[in-house]
Design a protein around this ligand. Structure first.
Ligand code: 5GP
Length: 287
């Protein structure tokens, strides 16, 4: 007989961060840079731990150039050719490739098998259709809370991957215990993204699609393999101009979050976090 886990599981939209007493006088006092030493490789990292997803629309060389200026990195997508790399690169940015998990036991198994950083998220993505196609998934906030707890117990690290729709969600992911937050949709539609700006009913848009969508599969392997269903969708997103503005919006939001809860450094946000469950997170009268 299948087991039903009736424990409450939450998404970003189900909570808000409770403000706490803060001695911080200005948002400028907040340090968003984090330094980590990884458990297995002993490699070190220092930077603002927001990552552009390795999707071929957003994980581009052009994006990496801008992100690097802000001490953030880009998971470059895997479809560039060696020639493309030769034209672009002198050093090798991190390449991230691993299946995602959402449970503490899988996190522990992977860390004990030698992984340093575990990507957490099944089905929360903006262009992901896994939950409707397969019925599989896990609300992202709970997945991050539970996986971070398991990872940190072993001195491992996690990336919250997918499901962030606004800077507040990025803050909630860090508050829940994510060491890194990976974003696809929030970085879509910019100048630095792949693809042309298209004119649609007088509006400028750019194409954004899941890496398991029919669009991506046809582009990279010519077809959708018969044995699998596409688990991603294709959307047209409004053209948002240079990514610089979006970056400043996200970083400004994170700094504000930290001041509201009294965290002088992003690394302290998790310890300063109390989530409150809500039925509505913002006033939607004008949306
Ligand atoms: P977003 O920030 O757009 O909500 O989520 C980005 C994440 O969605 C990516 O980093 C990746 O893990 C996931 N993703 C990207 N394309 C697909 C897809 O076609 N199918 C599924 N299931 N997930 C995808």
């Amino acid at each position: 007989m299948p087991r039903v886990d009736a424990g409450l599981k939450l998404d970003f939209k189900d909570v808000l961060l409770r403000p706490k007493r803060s001695s911080l006088k200005s948002r400028a006092e907040v340090d968003l840079k984090c330094s980590y030493t990884f458990r297995n490789s002993k490699q070190t990292y220092s930077g603002i731990p927001v990552i552009v997803s390795n999707m071929d629309t957003v994980g581009t060389f052009e994006m990496a150039v801008v992100m690097t200026q802000h001490a953030m990195f880009t998971a470059i997508h895997k479809h560039y050719t060696l020639e493309d790399w030769k034209l672009f690169a002198t050093n090798h940015p991190e390449c991230l490739e691993a299946g995602n998990v959402v449970t503490g036991e899988m996190v522990e198994e992977l860390i004990l098998s030698g992984a340093d950083i575990i990507k957490v998220g099944i089905g929360p993505g903006s262009v992901c259709t896994t939950r409707t196609k397969t019925g599989v998934g896990y609300p992202q906030l709970s997945a991050v809370i539970e996986c971070a707890d398991s990872a940190h117990g072993l001195k491992g690290h996690i990336i919250s991957d997918g499901g962030c729709t606004c800077p507040g969600d990025v803050a909630k992911a860090f508050g829940a215990g994510a060491d890194f937050v990976m974003l696809g949709g929030m970085f879509s539609g910019h100048t630095e993204c792949a693809g042309e700006v298209i004119e649609r009913n007088g509006q400028k848009v750019k194409l954004f699609y899941g890496m398991s969508s029919e669009t991506a599969m046809k582009k990279h392997s010519g077809q959708v393999a018969e044995y699998r269903a596409s688990e991603g969708k294709t959307v047209e997103v409004p053209f948002k101009g240079d990514v610089e503005n979006t970056i400043l919006d996200i970083l400004g939001g994170l700094r504000s979050t930290c001041t509201y809860v009294g965290a002088a450094r992003l690394k302290e946000l998790n310890r300063r976090t109390t989530f409150i469950r809500v039925t509505q997170q913002h006033n939607s009268i004008f949306s």
